[in-house]
Write a protein that binds this ligand. Structure first.
Ligand code: UTP
Length: 657
């Protein structure tokens, strides 16, 4: 019942948001989250490490601001029930403490009410295809969903870690107990590397080398998670005998080794080695952890399927899930055909309901952002009557077009499917007018070739979403308004006052997207400039990753440096030992980490030059995860300065597109 239409047709306005939160599957590192928490008492323990992935199934909801806290749904599992409570922490806490179906949502709402000055939200669950009580953590998914609804509707400026913490602490207010790794579903359908050190949790999404095909099956047996947790927790915080010492070793140093290797195999796309590692991790668990809870962890049904030859032929490896025991099993299938054959076999021969999870490299880029809410001071008074992005430019097809139309056409040609324009709320009419159909009498005046453009505009209109920037707090702030639109996926960012002209048959955006697909990190297009010009631009410095000197691993970004500083520190050496200077030129691939950094800067009021700058967030992401500069085969043209606009008018369009 995956309701994909909801995600496709989202309307991002201030009134309504749609949210999808997946369930999660722990691939490696089960039990190490709570074991790592025991470092609060015993610092000689190892921190916990795990790899957790969102799965394709989850919970879908539509959310609006409301005076009270309301959760309802017309879907089956709600059975006509709904929750309607005043937004009062004590009342919500009482509902949470009662336990049961609505306790989770009430737990998170009471936590939010205690910590933020907000009214309520109304959450309507529109779809749910996550098996409940399957070890896939539907409770963490609903808790993250409530945290995200408050966060986005009231702009609470929580990053993903903040949402995870609110979900965790909210669930702690109910009689249910969850681990610290369950909330990894907040990252979406992708594997996340997590570390648990005392009360702290760290997480970072992993870049996946190649698609990998998991199968998860319900063993149709039984296990008692509370019993397992109670047995294993007796071994902590201090081991009192050899059996307990082995549990520490398995969930500590051994686990660290398994998780580090697994992350490397996932990133390298090595399914064969990863599968072998799953089997080894299970064997280690059986040898060192199972003896501490033999009644539950001997798990005869789990081991029978893991050892069955018909299954082994289809997989590279397999292991238990969650708290382990005879609950759920996971396999890494050899390929797509093996995955389908395995699901058929499990369901038909073993009567075990099974589903698949495909872990794949970050999707190619399908969304783009163009912030156009700026006032355009440098072009005043032209910008008093016309928005900068509507300034006309003679395009290579001989047609005089608003700059925005040229950008939109380029994005469509590069395979972009959804485009978000950041505008001021008072400006919507201007854009609505541009995208509206031309009245029949005007259409009739146009020659055939110009009528074609009306079809293009109508097609582009379907791709457009508006996001409003009510206060003009800078470029970084404008970009941050698109965080819900970006949906944790990589997105193209274009400036509304920069045009690009390619020298090949692939336009500059397409070239950028292709470069991103190779290296999977945040990217900026860069262009060589003279040392005299560095004072006007953001300058990047780094080293070349490729022979053609098109892809630069960025080591430093410096906004508008002075000439002497740039000469000393910001020249990038070519292979011929020349020093050249490269400026950021208005096209970016933003990854989700950049939105998280922007969020932190905005929450803490960190501005540069009086505004929230994208460069500050980019530099943080560069430091933590790495970032690339890309020199496209083409040229960029500025229309944001009077003299540059004149040059663009003269030169743009003379070289084909
Ligand atoms: P600029 O830095 O060129 O600002 O913004 P501006 O206001 O358009 O022009 P000047 O500098 O005052 O002459 C880069 C891009 O970011 C958008 C702009 O519309 C432009 O496309 N922007 C900037 C916003 O959407 N909101 C802002 O608060 C600032």
């Amino acid at each position: 019942m995956g309701n994909n239409d909801i995600t496709k047709n989202e309307i991002f306005n201030e009134n309504q948001i749609n949210i999808f939160i997946p369930g999660r599957l722990c691939l490696f590192g089960e039990h190490s989250d709570w074991a790592g928490m025991h470092r609060v008492m015993n610092s000689s323990l190892e921190p916990g490490y795990a790899i957790v992935s969102g799965i394709e199934q989850g919970i879908y909801a539509t959310c609006v601001k409301s005076k009270d806290f309301i959760v309802d749904s017309s879907i089956g599992i709600y059975d006509g029930e709904s929750l309607h409570s005043v937004m009062d922490s004590d009342k919500l806490l009482a509902i949470a403490k009662e336990g049961g179906f609505f306790s989770y949502v009430a737990g998170v709402a009471s936590y939010i009410s205690d910590n933020y000055s907000v009214d309520g939200v109304k959450i309507t669950i529109t779809g749910m295809d996550l098996p409940i009580k399957s070890g896939l953590s539907s409770s963490a998914a609903i808790c993250v969903l409530v945290a995200r609804a408050f966060n986005q509707l009231y702009d609470l400026k929580m990053n993903i870690r903040g949402e995870m913490l609110a979900a965790f602490l909210g669930e702690q207010r109910t009689p249910s107990r969850c681990g610290r790794l369950d909330q990894a579903c907040a990252y979406g359908v992708k594997p996340v590397y997590m570390e648990f050190d005392g009360t702290e949790t760290y997480a970072r999404p992993l870049r996946i080398g190649k698609p990998m095909y998991w199968v998860v099956a319900d063993l149709q047996a039984s296990k008692n998670t509370i019993h397992i947790l109670s047995d294993l927790n007796k071994c902590y915080p201090f081991a009192e005998d050899e059996k307990e010492r082995l549990v520490h070793e398995a969930l500590g140093i051994d686990n660290k080794r398994f998780v580090e290797k697994a992350a490397a195999f996932l990133e390298a796309g090595d399914a064969y080695e990863l599968g072998k590692l799953m089997t080894e991790a299970q064997e280690n668990f059986d040898k060192k952890v199972a003896p501490a809870s033999p009644a539950q962890l001997t798990a005869p049904v789990l081991h029978a399927v893991l050892n069955e030859q018909a299954i082994k032929d289809l997989i590279y490896g397999g292991k238990g899930v969650g708290s382990q025991g005879d609950g759920t099993v996971q396999f890494l299938a050899k390929d797509l055909e093996c995955r389908d054959a395995l699901i058929r076999y499990l369901e038909k021969e073993k009567k075990m309901p099974a589903f698949s999870l495909t872990i794949q490299p970050g999707r190619t880029v399908k969304r783009a952002i163009i912030p156009v809410a700026g006032f355009g001071t440098r072009l005043y008074p032209a910008t008093k009557g016309i928005k900068k992005d509507f300034l006309p430019v003679l395009s290579s097809d001989g047609i005089l077009k608003p700059a925005l139309l040229i950008l939109l056409e380029q994005l469509e040609e590069a395979g972009i499917e959804q485009i978000c324009l950041v505008i001021g709320a008072e400006e919507q009419e201007i854009y609505d007018t541009f995208f509206a159909e031309l009245p029949e009498k005007n259409l009739a005046k146009l020659p055939e070739s110009r009528r074609e453009i009306e079809n293009t505009i109508a097609r582009l209109k379907k791709m457009i979403t508006y996001v409003f920037q009510n206060e003009r707090l800078g470029f970084g702030h404008a970009v941050y308004q698109c965080r819900a639109f970006a949906k944790d996926e990589p997105v193209v960012l274009m400036l509304g006052d920069m045009l690009y002209e390619s020298e090949t048959n692939e336009n500059c955006t397409k070239q950028l997207i292709k470069a991103y697909e190779q290296c999977g990190r945040a990217m900026v297009t860069i262009q060589q400039i003279t040392l005299d010009d560095v004072v006007h631009y953001g300058i990047v410095h780094g080293h070349w990753e490729d022979e053609k000197e098109h892809l630069m691993k960025v080591g430093n970004i410096h906004e508008k440096p002075d000439r002497d500083y740039a000469k000393e520190y910001l020249g990038t050496a070519t292979r011929r030992k020349e020093k050249l200077y490269y400026a950021v030129f208005g096209q970016y691939i933003l990854t989700e980490e950049i939105f998280a950094e922007l969020g932190e800067n905005i929450a803490s009021g960190k501005k540069s030059y009086g505004e929230y700058q994208l460069t500050d967030a980019l530099d943080k992401v560069r430091e933590k995860y790495g970032m690339y500069g890309f020199v496209p085969a083409g040229k960029s043209y500025d229309i944001g300065l009077p003299s540059a606009y004149r040059e663009t008018m003269i030169k743009y369009g003379n070289h084909g597109s």
